[in-house]
Design a protein around this ligand. Structure first.
Ligand SMILES: Nc1ncnc2c1ncn2[C@@H]1O[C@H](COP(=O)(O)OP(=O)(O)OP(=O)(O)O)[C@@H](O)[C@H]1O
Ligand SMILES: [Mg+2]
Length: 216
């Protein structure tokens, strides 16, 4: 059975050292199955909240709790979170290695069936290459041999392959055309049911997939 996970924000606020403003985040509980879209205006604190949840920064006041059911755990949050940063770059390696390098596996113990599933879900066929070519095709320096949309699809394949209970993405589809984006969101929707998904985005297509409101 799927374990229900929650992320709780309790009295959270953050003040940057060289800023006079303390950014306050209303209390929240996000649970497995929630899709939260942070579409607040630029400078409101979306990336700050993401950094707090990812335990990259410590709250000035308040706490973040992660629980399974009613039991608070002190997990290594990084092993629970898949993250797609806004400025996503790739390793100058094969598409395959760019998909699996965060999953702690080697080329010898890849789950090929799962790899095929994420290849299709992320729409990597839009690279106009066959599945077999992901083993040999190189992405170029910082992913420069591919288009921005192709790079973003590889990131999405990576986080789907990681299959962790929390997904955090910053403008993950900004380089993908409207039609491709809607198709992608429809395809990955089922995968999101077993995760907590938090996406920072102003994009209308993405705001349509939210099922939980959170504003600050
Ligand atoms: N390192 C920093 N030092 C001082 N102030 C900062 C720092 N980083 C961010 N801020 C300020 O904190 C506020 C929130 O920034 P944050 O990056 O979280 O916003 P955001 O909602 O992610 O914006 P965007 O949509 O532009 O990415 C902003 O007013 C910003 O100027
Ligand atoms: Mg930001």
């Amino acid at each position: 059975m799927e374990m229900l996970m929650r992320i709780k924000g309790d009295g959270l606020a953050y003040k940057y050292v060289d800023s006079d403003i303390k950014i306050k985040f209303p209390d929240f509980i996000f649970k497995t199955g929630d899709v939260v879209i942070l579409n607040q205006k630029s400078g409101k604190g979306k990336s700050t909240l993401i950094n707090l949840i990812m335990n990259l920064t410590t709250p000035t006041t308040g706490n973040i709790f992660i629980d399974y059911e009613n039991k608070t755990i002190k997990p290594n949050i990084k092993s629970l979170v898949s993250f797609v940063p806004q400025e996503s770059i790739l390793l100058n390696d094969t598409i395959l290695n760019n998909i699996i390098f965060t999953s702690n596996i080697t080329e010898d113990n890849i789950d090929i069936d799962r790899l095929k599933i994420v290849f299709n879900l992320a729409g990597l066929s839009h690279l106009n290459i066959g599945f077999d070519e992901i083993f040999t095709r190189y992405c170029g320096e910082r992913g420069g041999a591919l288009s921005g949309g192709q790079v973003q699809r590889i990131h999405i394949a990576r986080i789907l392959y990681e299959n962790r209970p929390i997904l955090i993405m910053d403008e993950p589809t900004s380089a993908i055309d409207n039609e491709g984006e809607i198709e992608l969101l429809l395809k990955i929707n089922d995968e999101l049911k077993s995760k907590i998904t938090i996406i920072a985005s102003h994009n209308k297509n993405l705001t349509n997939i939210k099922n939980t409101e959170y504003t600050f």
